[in-house]
Design a protein around this ligand. Structure first.
Ligand code: EPU
Length: 423
C-alpha cells in the first residue's frame, strides 16, 4: 500500500498524558538542506526529521549535482560542483520549499530556472517577494514558458541593496538571504520574516562564514562574503509539531509535556492555552507542559506572521476549541484558503462555521468518530486532534500529507496513551 492509500484508525475519547520529544523542525531542515548548495564543502546537519519532504528536497539537490547521504537524523551534503541550474519540474511541483534552490543557484552559478513550486492548497501563494529581492540584488527575472528564470547579467555580479518586502514571506526571506550572503557589499532586508526557522537559517549561514545580523527580527543586515565553507549544525525542535501535541492534550482534557519544546518559540500558543484554562509550565530545561485544569474555555485567536499565533497551528487549535465552553473564533490572516478542514471537523460533529477567513466554533461538542480526510499537513493534524477527542472510531484518510510533516506521529501519540493505528 502506498502512503497515500494508508489511513489512521483512532479510538478516541481518552485523555493524552505523558512526555513526548519532537523531531527537528521540518521547515528549518528544508532551509538548511537548500543551504548546502551554497558551498563546495561538506555540510553536516543533525536532528533532521525523518519525513517525506526531506527526501523530496534531497532528490532535487541530487539532480543539481549535490551528493547527499541520509543516515537516520543526520544528513551530509556536499556540492563540489553545481551541474545543473534547472531543477526537474515534476519534483519542484511536489514541494513548495523546492523554490529555495533559486537563491543559491543564482549566487553560485549566476543563473537559475525553475517552474512555480507546488505545496499545500491553502491559498494564493505568490512569489513576488523572492523576485523583488533577486532584482534588487542585480539579477533579471523573466518568464520562459512555464519557467521562472533569474540571471545575473553578463559581466556583472550580485550586489548589496536595501530591500523592502511588501509581506514578510518566510521562503522569500530565506531565498533572498541565500543570494545576499554571496553578493558584493551590504544588504538590508526590511520587513523580513522573523520566524524561528528563518532565524535558524541565518545562524546556520553565519556558521558557514556568512555575516548576517538581526536574525529573528524584521530587519536583516548582511555583509556579503566571497564564499561559504562547510559546517556541522543541529536543527531546532519543531514548534509546530510541539504545538500539535499540546493541542491534542488540550482537546482530550489531558496533560502533555513536550520535553524539548523551546518555550519562546511558543509564546502565542502558551498564552492562548492559559486563556483557555490550561495550566502551562514552560522552561528552557523542561520544555512545555500543558495540563487540563477543569473545563476548557473559549478563546479568540488571530493567525498572523511570527511572533503572532502560527497559521500552521490554526486548524489544530480550531479542533481543540470544539471542546471549549463558549464561542471561539480563529481569524486567519496569512492564507486565504486555510479553512477547508472545517468540513472534515463537521463530519465528526463539530459546530463550526466560516465567514470569509474567520472560523467560529461553538463548544463544547461531543464529537463522534467518522471517516475524515487529511487535506493538507495541518488540516490532517486537525482531524487527528479531533479524532482523539471523539468518542468511537475515526478513520483518517490521505495520511500521506501527515507523513510529509510529522515523523512517527502514531508512535508518539501512542506513547501519550492514544489508541491510533496505521492501516
Ligand atoms: N505572500 C505574499 N507575497 C509573496 C509571498 C507570500 O504576499 O511573495 C503571502 C502569501 O499570499 C501568503 C503569505 O504570504 O498569504 C504566506 O506565505 P509565505 O511566503 O510566508 O509562506 P511560505 O514561505 O510559502 C512557509 C512555510 C509554510 C508556512 C508559511 C507561513 C515552508 C516550506 N513553508 O511557507 O509551512 O505556513 O511559511 O508561516 O517553510 C507547513 O509547514 O505546513 C507550511 C505550509
Amino acid at each position: 500500500m502506498s502512503p497515500a492509500e494508508e489511513c489512521y484508525v483512532i479510538g478516541g475519547g481518552r485523555p493524552l498524558r505523558g512526555d513526548v520529544a519532537v523531531s527537528g523542525s521540518k521547515n528549518a531542515a528544508l532551509y538548511a538542506i537548500a543551504a548546502g548548495l551554497l558551498t563546495a564543502e561538506p555540510l553536516t546537519l543533525t536532528n533532521v526529521p525523518r519525513i517525506a519532504d526531506i527526501d523530496e528536497l534531497a532528490e532535487i539537490l541530487r539532480a543539481l549535482g549535490s551528493q547527499i547521504e541520509v543516515d537516520g537524523e543526520t544528513v551530509r551534503i556536499a556540492t563540489p560542483e553545481i551541474t545543473s541550474t534547472a531543477p526537474p519540474a515534476e519534483q519542484v511541483m511536489r514541494l513548495r520549499a523546492s523554490f529555495l534552490v533559486m537563491g543559491p543557484l543564482l549566487a553560485r552559478r549566476g543563473e537559475a530556472e525553475c517552474v512555480s513550486p507546488g505545496g499545500d492548497v491553502i491559498g494564493s501563494r505568490p512569489l513576488d517577494v523572492h523576485f523583488v529581492g533577486f532584482r534588487m540584488l542585480g539579477a533579471t527575472v523573466s518568464r520562459h514558458g512555464a519557467n521562472w528564470r533569474a540571471a545575473v547579467p553578463e559581466g556583472t555580479q550580485l550586489h548589496g541593496a536595501r530591500i523592502f518586502f511588501d509581506y514578510p514571506s518566510v521562503l522569500g526571506t530565506v531565498n533572498v538571504l541565500f543570494a545576499a550572503v554571496l553578493a558584493r557589499g551590504h544588504t538590508t532586508i526590511v520587513n523580513a520574516a522573523a520566524e524561528p526557522e528563518v532565524a535558524m537559517a541565518a545562524r546556520l549561514l553565519n556558521r558557514m562564514g556568512a555575516r548576517i545580523t538581526g536574525e529573528g527580527t524584521p530587519m536583516l543586515e548582511v555583509d556579503g562574503v566571497r564564499s561559504l565553507h562547510g559546517a556541522e549544525f543541529a536543527i531546532i525542535p519543531d514548534r509546530l509539531e510541539a504545538g500539535t501535541y499540546l493541542l491534542a492534550g488540550a482537546a482530550t482534557g489531558g496533560d502533555v509535556r513536550v520535553t524539548n519544546a523551546v518555550p519562546h518559540h511558543l509564546d502565542s500558543l502558551i498564552t492562548k492555552l492559559r486563556e483557555m484554562g490550561m495550566t502551562v509550565e514552560a522552561s528552557d530545561a523542561g520544555g512545555v507542559r500543558a495540563a487540563a485544569n477543569g473545563p476548557l474555555q473559549a478563546a479568540q485567536v488571530q493567525a498572523v506572521p511570527y511572533p503572532g499565533f502560527a497559521t500552521d497551528l490554526h486548524p489544530q487549535m480550531a479542533a481543540a476549541m470544539t471542546q471549549a465552553h463558549g464561542i471561539s473564533l480563529v481569524h486567519e490572516r496569512v492564507y486565504d484558503n486555510r479553512t477547508l478542514y472545517v468540513n472534515e471537523l463537521r463530519k465528526l460533529g463539530a459546530r463550526i462555521v466560516t465567514g470569509g477567513e474567520s472560523v467560529i466554533i461553538e463548544g463544547p461538542t461531543p464529537l463522534a468518530g467518522s471517516a475524515v480526510r487529511a487535506l493538507d499537513i495541518r488540516a490532517g493534524a486537525a482531524v487527528v486532534v479531533a479524532g482523539l477527542a471523539a468518542e468511537g472510531e475515526t478513520t483518517v484518510l490521505g495520511i500521506g500529507h501527515l507523513d510529509r510533516g510529522y515523523a512517527d506521529l502514531e508512535v508518539r501519540l501512542r506513547a501519550l496513551g492514544a489508541q491510533i493505528e496505521r492501516r
